[in-house]
Ligand binder design. Sequence first.
Ligand SMILES: Cc1cc2nc3c(=O)[nH]c(=O)nc-3n(C[C@H](O)[C@H](O)[C@H](O)COP(=O)(O)O)c2cc1C
Length: 371
Amino acid sequence: MNSFTFSNGRTIKNTLVMAPMTTYSSNKDEFFSEQELRYYENRSKDVGMLITAALSVSVDGHGFFNHVSLDSDRNVARFSEFTANLKKEGAVIVAQLIHAGKLALPAEIGENDVIAPSSVPAKRPGYAIPKEMTNEQAERIVQDFYEATKRAIKAGFDGVELHGANGYLIQQFFSPYSNRRKDQWGGTIQNRLQFPLAVVQAVQKAVAELKPDHFIVGYRLSPEETGQTGIALADTKLLIDALIQRNIDYIHFSLSQFNQKGIRPETKNVEIGRELIDFIDRRVPVIGVGKIKSLKDVVAAHSYGYDLVAIGRALLFRPRFGKAIVENKPITFKYSPFMFIKNDLPRGLFQFLKQVIQTELTGKLKNAWRR
Ligand SMILES: Cc1cc2nc3c(=O)[nH]c(=O)nc-3n(C[C@H](O)[C@H](O)[C@H](O)COP(=O)(O)O)c2cc1C
């Protein structure tokens, strides 16, 4: 497989990326458990780039049970050991940074309130009604992204990916459904862009100050939301233009299937990835993801136009999935939701997958995989 070089000069050894996947298994100190360290090590060997589980940047940003966090200095030394170990086989290691906003879990954020751009409840069941955050809180969270990026750099990460997808805080600010603010952070699309762009600027400031070599700043987005006032593809194109203008290093589409059609009435016959790849027209590298589970799928995703191809569940089921791809060998496993039973998954992730599969089997929740 070919290597790939970003415009900032960073080269990765091949175009396979481990998709960010939360593992629900950290210790009480909000650092990876031994099981998680082994899990990452086993999956780092064949990919060009590994994106970690979403790491919280703020004490009130935790969206998962047993969430790993970069919200303080206390684990920086251990993150340094983590990155040094994973880099041994040549993978580039990127930390995904998140604030969960209204999807924060009260049990995981101590005395803090669940806060969001506006007091609009999550569409997913089981979440608290958020409080509308103050201007100062919005600014503090932007600063938290800056501080977390500095920690990531000090800990030897090669880049950060901003989690602007799957309904978390950055997307909440961009969404006309979730963001009903009347101040500078809400209202017009230009205002709804302010928070995502302030975060990008803060992260790039941290990079400019610490000057790590060829540090990558990527952005993951969900191209659309359902509902009349959800994010439309036209909005996403404006976001993409703004990110390209600010020299983002890559854009990562969060899709359930890399070649899926849209989820809005006006896009139900439109292949979203294709439309956006054409729109981007090679101005920035694009990562595709979603049900890529064989050599054929990897080839198809590249021919589709994705520069890099992220693998999620197939890597859970087969830690050395990439080996077969890199060596151009046929994949010898049958992809099934039950495959994980045989693998070395951290306990919390195992429990989560079991629960998701049960819920999917009983038909209560579609796409419960997306996090
Ligand atoms: C267990 C699990 C945890 C996930 N956690 C995250 C996450 O922390 N951040 C994120 O952006 N996406 C997350 N996702 C979504 C994946 O990155 C990916 O987009 C999705 O699984 C589709 O790819 P796949 O079909 O190859 O699995 C998660 C998915 C799974 C299955």
